[in-house]
Design a protein. Structure first.
Lengths: 319, 218
């Protein structure tokens, strides 16, 4: 690990200012992803700003009837919150499907959104990776093993996926991300717009500006319905998704659906949701349109449609 | 008669064998690109911070290189070597300790982030004379072979049983609203962050189940 200076942020404003003032500085909260990457020298921040003391660790009702989740709320606490379990069960289910008990006790809401891909070529510093070292190429596309990698929203520069389960549920719930910019202004970003597609600059993963600090994630009022998160992976616990489906299905068969494990961001196509009453095949045709799979990960398209079919059957049985 | 190779191995103690093994591992690591370059004599020391940790009821004041993981602070600076370093990347759970009462991977957090924190390690749970019930149960059920993952398994189990008492659900809980019970499925899901390379899982599950007093259903 490269040496770095360290400070405990005294206030959110000071944290954002400090991060903007020092190129390459990083916020640290749970640290479960950042420290892993620092040990491998994939991340080499010269300065760390510890934001754990900033008090963003509460879940509060909003005036609109939703929930405001502090950026520092740990994954365990968010999954176990009585309001989330009752009104947003797809979020509890997604969180509980990710990582291990120890990791969920440390990992935070904002950190989960900002975690980086687990593409093996991003992690292996001997391999070309446009995300880790812009312009160096993509070892995955250049004859690599791509079974785990993306089939939608990818580019000729990068086919990495976003690894979060939580973010897929947040996307289907229409969450918004609240931030504080280094100048002191707050802004609100719909979760659909937080993550960028790779294009020719896969190193830029979000629309956040340098030093911009996530302070909370807000959920709109509960929408009811049967809420399901189904994750398919190579072992039954403590593994990243090959494909996951987050769905909210209403009594009349209408609903919302988003996919995880297939794209550089949670994958939701609102136009495809009109097809939900007609079943998984009709929905998948629109949801997976434009897919660019490799020979190794073509199976994800079939798997996504079948997982969606299983989720819709589960939802129908529960209504 | 030529000595059987195993006789040679058995003639050295387990600790010597481990030390020899570590030396091989260290030699292998030194070849890797991650080995730090030697620091010139006139270079400034790496940035450090001074913190206080409450470990197993005792207060320790430490000045540490900022890069020091909580795990390395415990092992290398406080010489509490019960907590083990397995993968050092949060994948194996051997480094699990209780941080302010909750189980965490001590390899994936920095010591300097925990000024004033309360830590419990395997050394603080019990002593050879007064074993923690989980330590006694692991012995009674033979919940290990080599024993390297055991301190992490036991600290994790303590934290896991607390989580269960608090009603925290898991991936396999069928009803998110119901109070979770410690079935065999629940136990295995909740302990999935602790890997046992020897594969002593069934005995580990029995040891934890006995202490939890749960009637284990498969």
């Amino acid at each position: 690990m490269k040496a770095f200076t360290f400070e405990k942020a005294a206030s959110p404003e000071a944290a954002a200012r400090a991060a903007a003032a020092q190129p390459g500085a990083r916020f640290i909260a749970g640290g479960t992803n950042l420290l892993d990457l620092m040990k491998l020298q994939i991340e080499t921040p010269p300065h760390l700003i510890d934001v754990n003391g900033l008090g963003f660790d509460r879940i509060e009702p909003t005036d609109a009837g939703g929930l405001r989740i502090g950026a520092l709320v740990r994954n365990t606490d968010l999954a176990a919150d009585a309001r989330v379990r009752r009104d947003y069960p797809v979020l509890s289910r997604a969180l509980l499907a990710g990582a291990s008990g120890q990791l969920r006790n440390r990992a935070t809401t904002a950190g989960n959104l900002l975690q980086r891909t687990r593409c093996p070529y991003f992690y292996d510093t001997n391999q070309a990776c446009n995300k880790r070292q812009p312009g160096s190429g993509c070892a995955a596309l250049d004859g690599g093993v791509t079974r785990q990698l993306g089939v939608l929203g990818t580019s000729s520069a990068c086919i990495a996926t976003h690894p979060s389960d939580m973010a897929v549920a947040m996307r289907v719930l229409d969450a918004s991300v609240e931030t504080l910019q280094p100048g002191g202004q707050a802004r609100r970003i719909p979760i659909a717009e937080l993550h960028r597609l790779p294009g020719d600059a896969p190193q830029r993963e979000t629309v956040l500006a340098p030093g911009e600090l996530i302070t909370a994630v807000t959920l709109p009022p509960p929408v009811g319905g049967v809420q399901v998160y189904r994750k398919v992976r190579d072992r039954s616990s403590y593994a990243f998704a090959l494909v996951s489906v987050a769905a909210i299905v209403q009594k009349d068969g209408s609903g919302r659906v988003a996919l995880g494990g297939v794209a550089p961001k949670p994958w939701r196509v609102e136009a495809a949701e009109a097809e939900l009453p007609w079943g998984a095949a009709a929905t998948a045709a629109k949801l997976l349109a434009g897919a660019t799979p490799t020979h190794d990960n073509e199976f994800k398209l079939t798997l996504a449609q079948r997982t969606l079919a299983a989720v819709l059957a589960q939802a129908k049985a529960a209504t | 008669m030529l000595a059987h190779p195993f006789d040679t191995i058995l003639a050295i103690s387990r600790r010597e064998l481990l030390i020899a093994g570590s030396a091989c591992a260290a030699a292998a690591t030194a070849d890797a690109q991650s080995a730090p370059a030697p620091r010139p004599a006139d270079a400034p020391p790496p940035p450090a911070s001074t913190i206080t940790l409450q470990v197993n009821g005792q207060s320790h004041r430490l000045t540490l290189d900022n890069r020091t993981s909580l795990l390395d602070a415990l092992r290398e600076h406080l010489h509490l070597t019960g907590t083990k370093k397995g993968c050092d990347h949060g994948q194996c759970g051997a480094c699990t300790v209780l941080l302010d009462g909750r189980r965490v991977n001590s390899c994936l957090t920095l010591a300097v982030m925990h000024d004033g924190a309360q830590l419990t390690t395997i050394e603080g749970l019990g002593t050879p004379a007064r074993l923690h019930p989980l330590q006694a149960a692991f012995i009674a059920h033979d919940g290990y072979q080599c024993g390297y993952c055991t301190p992490g398994q036991i600290c994790s189990a303590v934290g896991m049983l607390n989580e269960l008492r608090q009603g925290i659900p898991s991936h396999v809980s069928t009803d998110l609203q119901a109070r979770p019970q410690l079935t065999n499925d629940e136990l295995r899901e909740r302990m999935s962050g602790n890997i046992c390379r020897c594969g002593a899982y069934s005995n580990i599950a029995e040891a934890i189940s006995e202490v939890a007093g749960a009637e284990v259903r498969s």
